[in-house]
Design a protein around this ligand. Structure first.
Ligand code: B1M
Length: 221
């Protein structure tokens, strides 16, 4: 079992890197049928595949089109994994509502989508605003959905400035104190979060869930 599991994980990683969505879906189904934990599939095959292609791109060993295809295959695989992850973490009572989005000018959504899945699995209601979300749209969403937490993801050093702008826009709209704010994304740091007046920061999706719980005073049983 462990051999075929490892083989399938490695095959899945390479078909995602090759951008083959159909094969990726098929392999995820096979791994789930073998009883492999969906989080293990996510980390060991999906995330490693996209980072490997990304590293090749940085070294001029891959084209941006390769990353786009790999990201599409990863998304197709995630569609199958998501319900499994959420099912395993299901809690009866919703712990709170989180509005989430990638900031304006930024279309990276793989990390944000993983954060959304983990939050849902932990029992939060997640309203995902998608990518390229302007400060105005975040402000409107806080008015409309009245979330407990607002989450902003940014993957570019240029777009992380939009996290700051959004907090300023919330202050201007007198909404800042109505919502806790968590930020994340590869170029962000805890210092940046403090500097812009966010309430929390997380380097990865698992920590994001812990931080959101902490911000809302939710203790694990
Ligand atoms: Co882009 N890209 N990209 N890219 N891309 C990076 C980010 C880059 C670091 C690559 C590099 O040069 N080394 C670089 C940014 C440099 C910088 O600003 N410092 C870069 C660049 C330059 C660009 C373009 C400008 C390239 C171009 O067009 N010339 C362009 C910009 C487009 C735009 O947004 N306007 C661009 C485009 C793209 C693609 C479309 C091809 C594709 C995105 C596809 C998609 O997302 N649908 C892409 C990808 C895939 C990457 C890399 C290779 C991988 C990003 C990723 O998905 N990581 C990336 C290089 C890298 O990171 N090594 C790169 C995996 C993911 C699981 O991790 O997103 O970090 P991550 O999320 C983690 C944590 O950060 C955290 O939890 C997640 C899960 O554990 N987290 C949060 C994330 N959000 C959070 C929110 C939270 C809390 C935690 O609270 C709310």
């Amino acid at each position: 079992m462990s051999n075929s599991k490892d083989e399938l994980l490695s095959k899945l990683k390479s078909v995602i890197a090759d951008g083959d969505s159909d094969q990726a879906i098929e392999l995820v189904r096979q791994l789930l049928n073998l009883g492999v934990n969906p989080l293990e599939i996510l980390e060991k095959a999906l995330v490693t595949a996209i980072l490997e292609v990304g590293n090749k791109w940085v070294k001029n060993e891959a084209f941006i089109s390769d990353i786009i295809l790999a990201a599409d295959a990863m998304k197709a695989a995630m569609e199958i994994l998501k319900p499994e992850i959420v099912k395993r973490g299901q809690s009866i009572k919703k712990l709170g509502r989180v509005v989430l989005g990638t900031v304006e000018g930024d279309i990276h959504d793989i990390g944000k989508n993983i954060v959304a899945i983990m939050l849902e699995a932990a029992g939060f209601e997640v309203i995902d605003l998608g990518v390229d979300v302007s400060p105005e749209k975040f402000v409107e969403a806080v008015k409309q959905y009245q979330p407990d937490v607002l989450g902003m993801s940014a993957l570019l050093t240029t777009t992380m400035l939009k996290q700051k702008e959004t907090i300023k826009a919330l202050e201007k709209a007198n909404l800042r104190n109505r919502v806790k704010i968590i930020i994340g994304g590869a170029p962000t740091t805890e210092e940046w979060a403090k500097e812009i007046g966010a309430d929390g920061w997380a380097p990865d999706a698992i920590t994001a869930v812990e931080v959101v719980k902490k911000l809302l005073g939710i203790k694990d049983k």
